[in-house]
Design a protein around this ligand. Structure first.
Ligand SMILES: NC(=O)c1ccc[n+]([C@@H]2O[C@H](COP(=O)([O-])OP(=O)(O)OC[C@H]3O[C@@H](n4cnc5c(N)ncnc54)[C@H](OP(=O)(O)O)[C@@H]3O)[C@@H](O)[C@H]2O)c1
Length: 280
């Protein structure tokens, strides 16, 4: 079994593993089986959201795995339709119930939806929920610098995490610098950069051959060396194990640079610019 001997310390004093498991779109019995095998392989952080409609399955996988509750972090997200303060609070309480846990380990705002201008209210609800103990760590997802500065100015509370699209075609250098400046940990969704993956690119394929690992492992190792916490999803036990096994080799500076240079102006997977793309 792979072990996770690298952790990131967050700005609220808690720690998270260097890698988490993405659970979308795993659902039903098949989904529970995939999440249980991920836990058995060594993942200790599961990423879900109200909108993935699988919070029950995430909680069930944890219970079936037999792993002590305190060893696993469950992370969920408040959707756009619940940004008003009271609705956001209710959303968190409902998530805890569906997950079957007393305290949510990590709660994020899923998208800022700036045209509605309610994300500052959702953040106030998260800050209050943390004070009340309903949530341990609070953060955001798909926030730009402007969104981050607004909620920090409003409340004096800096998110511990910002979960954003990040992969070799979209390396988010400027936003990662902003996170470093503000003390926010970068979390990466679609870390493998699917549709298409960059696995065939010489920068990735050559490094894979040089280190005797798979292209997916090279991309995940690139995340680790950037200080980004990737959340790869796989329904397959063998790939779950492969994706965890990235601490036994190191990419050179040249290899890191070549992978980051795969950036494209249209690198986003589906045009998910948080200033314009909104999800309810
Ligand atoms: N905050 C947000 O707005 C947001 C948006 C999107 C996603 N997310 C989160 O991020 C997680 C991951 O994102 P994602 O699923 O879009 O992208 P991903 O994890 O980068 O890619 C998943 C895809 O890659 C395949 N795969 C996994 N490991 C592989 C390997 N070693 N070799 C080859 N293929 C491999 C999977 O297939 P198999 O399952 O067949 O292995 C699946 O098709 C989601 O599950 C979700 O938790 C968040």
């Amino acid at each position: 079994m792979a072990t996770q001997d690298l952790t990131y310390r967050l700005n609220d004093g808690t720690s998270v593993p260097f890698i988490g498991f993405g659970t979308y779109p795993l659902r039903g019995e098949e989904g529970i089986a995939a999440m249980t095998s991920a836990l058995e392989e060594g993942y200790r952080y599961l990423d879900t959201a109200v909108n993935y409609e699988n919070e029950h399955e995430v909680g069930e996988a944890l219970r079936r795995s037999g792993i002590p509750r305190g060893e696993v972090r469950l992370a969920t997200k408040v959707p756009g339709r619940f940004h008003e303060k009271d609705l956001a609070r209710r959303s968190l309480a409902d998530s805890a119930e569906r997950l079957g846990i007393e305290q949510i380990d990590v709660a994020l705002i899923h998208w800022p939806n700036p045209s509605r201008d309610l994300y500052p209210q959702a953040w106030q609800a998260l800050v209050q929920a943390q004070r009340d103990g309903l949530v341990r760590t609070i953060g955001v997802s798909n926030f730009t610098r402007e969104h981050l500065e607004r909620i920090i100015d409003d409340t004096g509370v800096t998110p511990a995490l910002n979960q954003v699209e990040l992969h070799p075609y979209f390396p988010q250098e400027r936003l990662r610098e902003t996170h470093e400046e503000l003390g926010i940990r970068t979390q990466a969704w679609s870390p493998l950069g699917k549709n298409p993956t960059p696995f065939h690119e010489p920068a990735v394929a050559d490094a894979a051959q040089a280190h005797g690992v798979s292209p997916a492992q090279v991309v995940l190792r690139w995340h680790v060396q950037l200080g980004s916490m990737p959340l790869p999803k796989s329904g397959t036990r063998a790939r779950q194990a492969e994706n965890l096994d990235v601490l036994g080799f190191e990419l050179s500076e040249a290899e890191m640079g070549a992978i980051s240079a795969l950036e494209r102006a249209d690198g986003r997977r589906f045009g998910g610019d948080p200033d314009t793309h909104e999800e309810m």
